[in-house]
Design a protein around this ligand. Structure first.
Ligand code: B4P
Length: 191
């Protein structure tokens, strides 16, 4: 099973992916987490990505595609993979499709979280007070929403056109309430 958890910034992709990983046999692969790890470790990738992320922009497609290409085989070794934060552009989606088709695989499911923009902004500003993430400033949040509408939304159309199963899930309410909806939408038994 190759799944994608999709949604705008702050929609709860990371929050729900952690629950899905725990409950279903899917390996969680978050490009945001990988990049933040590189930033903390001060690697060349982290130095390049850190500045871009802090401004709320997307890091270059090639850099992200190379990261996913190097991690995917290990993640695929289990029962399935849940991609979080990837693909975020059409170029990334096409690169993913090509990577998977080389191995005879394809994307099986896209879980798309729907949350109104004013709630997203409140959540991210709230997280800023708790975690102090560099990209949770008001300016960076505005830019991230802009990038989402300009570049990322098209990824959902791409998979709908390719007749991949897309499940839209209401992302409002407590994390547990959202997870319950996801569980029903996935409709496969948990561990
Ligand atoms: P991500 O790490 O993917 O960040 P995100 O979209 O903000 O996170 P997410 O939607 O997972 O929100 P979360 O669950 O944490 O990316 C960060 C940056 O990395 C990008 O802007 C970009 O620069 C770069 N990047 C990553 N992948 C890339 C790619 N493929 N290509 C290019 N660049 C890439 O939830 C947010 C907050 O809401 C949290 O505080 C959480 O506690 C809260 N929350 C969650 N669910 C809630 C609920 N139901 N109710 C109330 N609060 C909730």
């Amino acid at each position: 099973m190759i799944g994608i958890i999709f949604g705008p910034p702050g929609s709860g992709k990371g929050t729900q992916a952690a629950k899905i990983e725990q409950d279903f046999r899917l390996k969680h692969l978050s490009t945001g987490d990988i990049l933040r790890h590189e930033v903390v470790a001060g690697t060349p990738i982290g130095q390049e990505a850190g500045r871009i992320m802090a401004a709320g922009d997307l890091v270059p497609d090639q850099l992200i595609v190379d990261i996913v290409r190097s991690r995917l085989p290990e993640a695929e070794a289990g029962d399935g993979v849940l991609l979080d934060g990837f693909p975020r552009t059409l170029r990334q989606a096409r690169a993913l499709d090509a990577m998977l088709s080389d191995e005879g695989h394809n994307v099986d499911l896209v879980l798309a979280l729907d949350v109104p923009e004013e709630v997203l902004i409140d959540r991210l500003l709230h997280r800023a007070q708790i975690e102090g993430r560099a990209d949770d400033t008001r300016e960076a949040i505005t830019e991230r929403m802009h990038e989402y509408h300009k570049l990322t939304e098209a990824v959902l159309d791409h998979y709908q056109r390719r007749r991949v199963r897309v499940e839209r899930v209401d992302g409002l309410g407590s994390p547990d309430a959202v997870f319950e909806r996801i569980r029903r939408a996935i409709g496969i038994s948990s561990r």
